[in-house]
Design a protein around this ligand. Structure first.
Ligand SMILES: Cc1cc2nc3c(=O)[nH]c(=O)nc-3n(C[C@H](O)[C@H](O)[C@H](O)COP(=O)(O)O)c2cc1C
Length: 217
């Protein structure tokens, strides 16, 4: 697959078929993952692949509780928008769309054929995330969808205990990624145009180019 196609179409895929990940793909995905840039080549990343139905179900229940907690605190404003926002407002429509997708994942997380739990050092996401993104891109090239999630960090001790991690303060859970064949279609994610995110030479100085629509395909 062309590298730009992989970049443009790798997005949060939360709805997945239960079909298992072919065993022979796992070395390919993780070998691609560990090639990622990481601080000082210290390679401080670890992954646990979880396919056991009971374990996935237990993790789903914790994830569900974490989302409920977030929705009643940090995301209370967004929840208000979902319940009583102007349905004609594009901003409200976007919030409703993300909420629907996030709620679906919280209710169906265990149905993904595999959950990949990602670990690194405290504050070491700058090392784990480039590698994790390599994994997502490699998965995309194999027709597999992924969705990076960090919600479980709200109750990470529970998940770490569940997965048998030693309590030695070395490793921390950084993310959980369901992976599987998507039920929907691949698409280019909706973003504000690139020129709104880029300055030239100094802060606030606009660039002299524009990208009115995605440059791929
Ligand atoms: C660091 C990080 C944490 C995220 N955590 C969650 C999460 O806990 N739950 C979830 O449903 N999506 C999570 N996401 C996915 C984002 O919501 C998603 O990337 C964003 O809505 C854009 O989606 P799109 O690429 O499909 O347009 C996370 C993404 C990142 C990069």
């Amino acid at each position: 697959m062309d590298v730009y196609e992989a970049i443009y179409t790798t997005r949060a895929m939360r709805r997945m078929k239960p079909d298992p990940i072919p065993e022979e793909l796992l070395p390919k995905l993780f070998d691609a993952a560990i090639r990622g840039p990481n601080s000082g080549n210290t390679q401080l990343f670890r992954f646990i692949t979880v396919t056991d139905p009971e374990m996935k179900q237990t993790i789903q229940k914790i994830y569900r509780a974490c989302l409920d907690e977030l929705n009643s605190t940090k995301y209370a404003g967004a929840q208000e928008q979902v319940k009583s926002g102007d349905p004609d407002s594009p901003e409200v429509q976007q919030t409703i769309k993300i909420d629907k997708s996030a709620q679906w994942l919280a209710n169906h997380l265990h149905e993904a054929p595999m959950l990949i739990v990602v670990f690194g050092k405290e504050g070491g996401e700058t090392t784990t995330f480039p590698c994790l993104w390599n994994l997502c891109l490699a998965a995309r090239a194999e027709g597999l969808g992924t969705a990076i999630t960090t919600l479980l960090k709200l109750d990470k001790q529970k998940v770490e205990d569940l997965l048998g991690m030693p309590r030695d303060d070395v490793w921390n859970m950084h993310a959980l990624v369901p992976i599987g064949y998507p039920t929907g279609k691949w698409g280019v994610p909706n973003r504000k145009p690139a020129e709104q995110a880029v300055f030239t030479e100094s802060w606030g100085q606009p660039v002299n180019w524009q990208v009115p629509k995605p440059l791929w395909p």
